[in-house]
Write a protein that binds this ligand. Structure first.
Ligand SMILES: O=C1O[C@H](COP(=O)(O)O)[C@@H](O)[C@H](O)[C@H]1O
Length: 502
């Protein structure tokens, strides 16, 4: 009797540990300490716990040889699955690395994309193979432990990323660009526990390589990821700003117009507006999809990286996209990614895997296709919403700027791209504003957004602001006047200078 109880405890002992790690990864990271890799330490503890499980099973088993015929296919295929998962994801990927703030390369090779939870399936098959040796109840307990963890993982995935975990739809095209890859943060698809002594050589976790793989994200944002996994959202503004507000026609739509005494006031209000939307969408959908433009907008986002927002926003829920990007390397001064990274993203812990930069190794055409493919996958797995009426992606918030000629994104006045109505992302090779090669969201995507902030500062734009604000719907409408979200709302943030000619 006593030995049965001890064997049962031995079989179940790792699961509370895994559950605790899964739920409170940041505690584990701080327990492990700065100089050590939390996934590696978890792997070591897991090996020990696995040994306890084996000894427990062995103590109640009666092993005979040869095993029954069903043993071989179950055991060999189960072990193959475990081996493959480890081979593809490495130690960090297998041992909750992604929970500890690491980016795990996204893989599309078999069994991923074909078998749901291949690590669990492999382990369960291997256990079932041993049914002729081990009394059923112990196998059952062990499988129950797996089921519990599958459920735990699923709950997390549903609350954060819809059907992400279930669907196992992998971002095939975006994920294998070794330089400047942008990809969704993969969820841990594996389980640390496996009935196996078969191991591929551990793939070493190389921080600098991983950083290189993921958009050049710096160690600070790289490691800060885990710290915000469970950040409580306590967005509250302590700022007050001086502004006047009115609803005005812009093109075919209406927009809220907010005019601020100074650009400083504008940036305070923009931060509050963004933080409130972050809280709203994070609550409603478990994620916040934000699209940014380049240009002067980024400077106006500076209050977001200051107190109280830098601490109160749940950055782990952010997914960041670019409404347009110049086809230049990511470290080029013309890169909108670089601009946003230097001025904003490097200062907040948005998980690097949720920052979707373009693939700068491709041509303009290739990069646009690639970005569109990525968006389609993100819509499929419900990270990005879809606007059913239009069939285009519905981002939660677009933070846009406007050029002095009235262009938005890389959609320029008089250019045929302003009429593109099929593509989600397209490219331009003759941009009137340098650099000439760019990719850009199309108007149907921009106008499917839930909320749009149009941020315009400086006297240099006052003429075009005057032209844009009004119900002019003629054929020579400026691109900025074509911003009219079908389902959402636009707020114009203007400083006094930009509004001076209204
Ligand atoms: O080229 C671009 O210009 C616009 C406007 O930039 P701004 O400096 O005049 O605000 C920007 O929104 C877009 O993203 C960028 O690629």
């Amino acid at each position: 009797m006593m030995s049965c109880v001890l064997a049962s405890i031995g079989v179940l002992v790792p699961f509370p540990f895994y559950y605790w790690l899964w739920t409170y990864p940041s505690i584990w990271v701080s327990l492990v300490g700065k100089g050590r890799d939390p996934a590696k330490v978890m792997a070591q503890v897991s090996h020990l716990l696995k040994l306890i499980q084996f000894i427990s099973l062995y103590s109640v088993s009666s092993i005979s040889w040869p095993p029954p015929l069903f043993f071989w296919p179950l055991f060999l295929f189960g072990q193959f699955l475990n081996f493959r998962v480890y081979q593809l994801l490495g130690e960090s990927g297998t041992y909750y690395g992604v929970r500890f703030g690491k980016n795990i390369p996204w893989v599309t090779e078999f069994p991923f994309g074909y078998i749901s939870d291949p690590q669990y399936v492999g382990s369960i098959m291997s256990l079932l193979a041993c049914l002729s040796w081990v009394p059923f109840q112990y196998i059952f307990l062990w499988v129950l432990g797996y089921m519990f963890m599958i459920k735990t993982n699923l709950i997390e995935q549903f609350t954060s990323q819809g059907e992400y975990f279930l669907s196992h739809v992998y971002l095939s095209s975006m994920t294998h660009h070794l330089v400047g890859v942008s990809q969704v943060q993969p969820s841990p698809r594996t389980f640390p526990s496996r009935l196996s002594s078969v191991r591929s050589p551990p793939s070493s976790f190389n921080l600098s390589l991983v950083r290189k793989l993921f958009c050049g994200i710096t160690p600070s944002s790289f490691s800060a990821n885990f710290l915000t996994l469970n950040t409580e959202n306590r967005t509250k503004s302590s700022f007050k700003s001086k502004s006047s507000m009115a609803e005005v026609p812009v093109g075919k739509a209406k927009a809220d117009l907010q005019i601020f005494d100074t650009e400083e006031d504008l940036s305070v209000s923009l931060a509050k507006y963004t933080a409130e939307l972050s809280e709203k969408f994070t609550k409603e959908r478990g994620a916040f999809t934000v699209v940014v433009s380049g240009g002067s907008l980024i400077k106006s986002l500076r209050k977001l990286v200051e107190s109280p927002y830098v601490d109160s926003i749940d950055w782990a829920k952010w997914h960041v996209f670019w409404v347009d990007e110049r086809v230049v390397p990511k470290d080029h001064d013309d890169s909108n990614y670089k601009l946003a990274y230097d001025g904003f993203l490097s200062k907040v812990p948005v998980p690097p895997g949720q920052v979707y930069a373009i693939n700068d190794a491709l041509s303009a055409e290739g990069a646009a296709d690639d970005y569109e493919t990525c968006l389609k996958q993100l819509v499929k797995i419900k990270v990005v919403d879809l606007l059913p009426a239009s069939g285009f992606p519905k981002f939660d918030l677009m933070l846009l700027g406007m050029g002095p000629d009235g262009h938005v994104a890389s959609l320029f006045p008089g250019h045929p791209l302003v009429n593109e109505n099929k593509r989600w992302v397209t490219y331009i090779k003759d941009s009137p504003k340098p650099p000439p090669e760019r990719i850009t969201f199309t108007f149907p995507v921009i106008n499917s957004a839930a909320k749009i902030a149009m941020v315009v500062v400086g006297a240099g734009k006052s003429d075009v602001v005057r032209r844009a604000v009004g119900s002019d719907t003629g054929s020579d409408m400026l691109p900025v006047q074509m911003v009219s979200p079908a389902d959402g709302a636009t707020t114009w943030f203007l400083d006094k200078d930009a509004a001076s000619k209204l």
